[in-house]
Design a protein around this ligand. Sequence first.
Ligand code: ATP
Ligand code: MG
Length: 666
Amino acid sequence: MKHILGGRYELIEKIGGGGMAVVYKAKCRLLNRFVAVKILRPEFNNDEEFINRFRIEAQAAASLSHPNIVSIYDVGEEEGIHYIVMEYIDGITLKEYIKKKGRISWREATNIAIQICSAIEQAHRNHIVHRDIKPHNIILTADGIAKVTDFGIAKAVTSSTITMVGSTIGSVHYFSPEQARGGFVDEKSDLYSLGIVLYEMVTGSTPFDGETPVAIALKHIQSVPIEPSTIDPNIPRSVNDIIMKAMKKEQSSRYQTATEMLADLHRVFKEPDGDFVVFSNDDNSPTVRIRDIGNRNIVPKEEESEIKNKTNKSRKRNDNLTTWLAVATSVIIILIFVYIGYRIIMPLIFPPPTENFTIENYVGRNIDEVRELLEKHNITVEEKPVFSETKEKGTIISQSVAPGKEFKPGAANVIEFEVSAGPHMIKIPDLGKKEYRTAETDLKNLGLETEVVEENSDTIPTGHVIRTEPGADEEVEPGTLVKIFKSIGPKLEQVEVPNLIGKTFSEVQQLLDSAKLKIGKIEPENVSSPVAKVIEQYPSPKITVEEGTAVDIVFGEETTQEEETGEDENQDEPGNNNDNTGEVTLKRKTVISSPIPLLYPEQYGDEIKVYALATLSDNNEKRVVFHRTVKKSEFPLRLTIPVPEGGKTEVYMELDGEFYTKFFVE
Ligand code: ATP
Ligand code: MG
């Protein structure tokens, strides 16, 4: 093996290998940086069609640029060695991380899923479907940032390579039913796989497992997974529901876009136990066409027998059913004979009484008692239940034959009773617009059970009843569960936070106004200069929030924070006032960092003091880029970081006064 590829990539060490390639850490001599070089395994070298597809896909993926996507720098070939040069990520794969931790807390898992989902969202916008989302293709950096690799590359892999190459078997655990079937793969397939990845993060194992790839593929197609919250009751409802929706067998029942799934994932932190995941109605259980699978390449011939076995089993089940029916019919016939024998033969052996029977007043007595008595005298008793507030259930209220009447033996004697069925059904009152707690007490006082369900409403004020289920005037039995739909106010639109960096105060006002957002905290408080520009904002641009959310902003004029940086000697005025004076020619751009997650949320209180210090590579200038107490829910945080053009900035970050992470931005 040659050690320098393309005249510039010096291979340093092997870092891993998968089904179709081996990955090396390498150094790019031209740009003097580490890169990862993925070299296609030699067995593919003769497959021209495969190589072409591989190149095309890699080139397409190279156009993607996103903090959670591993960038592709170059695609090349040299003396039959086909390779891709990628951003080198110092970290471990999500697979290794899951193995190490067993289960990942739902908060951290959601955080990671958000990052993966936004990577997928970006790719889908560019019409690139990943097709092989799995924890091996997600690398976590020491800062807890998730990077998705191998975008689109799986497209080059045909079903034949899937069964051929041993280690790709790992992918089958994450395949969507349509992939397992060899059907039409689209964006929704990635979301299914993400559902499986999230399932594995929170439960510690994949939902479907089996002895062979085919067995696993079949489970994707036909088995219902055990719900995550059944495995671990600590998993909140919203996370459970997101997973179950993403994993629907029918493409049309899943999330239709990554954006939709992302919105639900973001909502998890706000309402972990919320019932906001919407499941579609047309969610019939999937029609399983087993023979279809047998014809696909993915199922090798010898495995077809496994499927045939299944068909045989169902035939056997049919045979069993026939036998069972035959037995049941015989039993019924025997019972009919016994009955006839009882009614016809018994009276011959024990002749009925010959005396007349006098009907008494049975009102007020218990029906069972009276029935027993009358039936002894061959009188047919008929019962008509009526509700009664006063008479105990089973009490006779009236009788069809007057007391004193004589019944002759042998005649077809019938008597009908009205029998109390207990208290009358409860009529549900109209609780519309009442405060929900009053409604709850009203219903409880009527002897009903209640459950409060939250729902958006544009017209009913928050906390008041929109409707009940069953609705007003319906009659129900005592103890029936009545759902009270409580208004939580109008549904707020989800809006995207605009980019305010570099804007003046009046521009900020306009932008936030038209985005239906509010100005939040302003720092420094007394900013008055009309030319002061925003250097930091929270939430960051592009994040989706509810309308009316306050956006905190920091203006850049007074960023000198000598007291806070401590050991900071070379802080000087001109350095900070570049933009205004134009005297110093150091060029800076503003970069928004990748989202920085909170790795061990349980170690922090609700409010966390965040401090971040940036050191710029061109003049070693230090700037405090973040110094604020934030709510835990504001994580993952994005920082706004000044970066020298052509250089880089080191960011040192503390949480609650303790070192948290250090990273570079370029
Ligand atoms: P598959 O062939 O199905 O994709 P895989 O994902 O396990 O299987 P590779 O994509 O070849 O295999 O990656 C092998 C290993 O190399 C990964 O598990 C990861 O540890 C490492 N790796 C891949 N890309 C990078 C990268 N850009 N930076 C650092 N390490 C990487
Ligand atoms: Mg991979």
